[in-house]
Ligand binder design. Sequence first.
Ligand SMILES: CC(C)(COP(=O)(O)OP(=O)(O)OC[C@H]1O[C@@H](n2cnc3c(N)ncnc32)[C@H](O)[C@@H]1OP(=O)(O)O)[C@@H](O)C(=O)NCCC(=O)NCCS
Length: 175
Amino acid sequence: MSIEIDILNGDASWPIAQPLLSAVWGRDAAEKPSWAHVKWANANLRVLIETPEDGLVCHVGIYFRTVTWNGQKVHVGGIGGVCTREDRRGRGYATMAIDAAIHTMRANEAVRFGLLFSEPDNFAFYQARSWLPFRGEVYCEQPEGRIRFDYMAPYVFNIVRAPTLGTIDLCGLPW
Ligand SMILES: CC(C)(COP(=O)(O)OP(=O)(O)OC[C@H]1O[C@@H](n2cnc3c(N)ncnc32)[C@H](O)[C@@H]1OP(=O)(O)O)[C@@H](O)C(=O)NCCC(=O)NCCS
């Protein structure tokens, strides 16, 4: 089976990614998550995994951002919107797409660490892939102003260093 891994401009590839994201996080979810009202950043890049038989099966958004950690500016690589088509899970697609995202972050020499936000269901998935829980506080922007972001748990990935304590300000919308 051949698979294709593309890393495309986030805005340009939105029409390709959108049906998969809607299928996974669609409005028809029985219970609205606590973060349903959150305004999210748009991905700068997207990792898309496609197969000839199934088309798009997996998506990971990549976000480059200068955040602050304890008041110091630091450039990070975010990942978000990690999802695999429901009937194609457990085949290593998300692992591959996350690896491709980390590879892309490493290629950006300014990036110090990776940063993602996870729900409890996926803590073990990320910890098994060397992401570490960030135990400090995270702030971000929303249309109403700066808020503490505690809807999901932050995880960091060591590229040059990975802080696990302190205060991170995303200096913009979350992902
Ligand atoms: C979380 C999610 C992205 C994982 O996608 P996936 O493509 O199934 O992930 P992978 O196949 O890479 O890994 C999943 C599991 O399958 C296993 N696996 C990997 N390759 C495999 C293979 N070839 N055959 C069987 N199992 C395999 C992995 O070991 C992993 O198990 P583990 O969690 O015990 O380590 C997917 O379940 C999903 O879309 N969930 C809904 C959206 C979501 O919650 N996203 C996360 C936002 S933070």
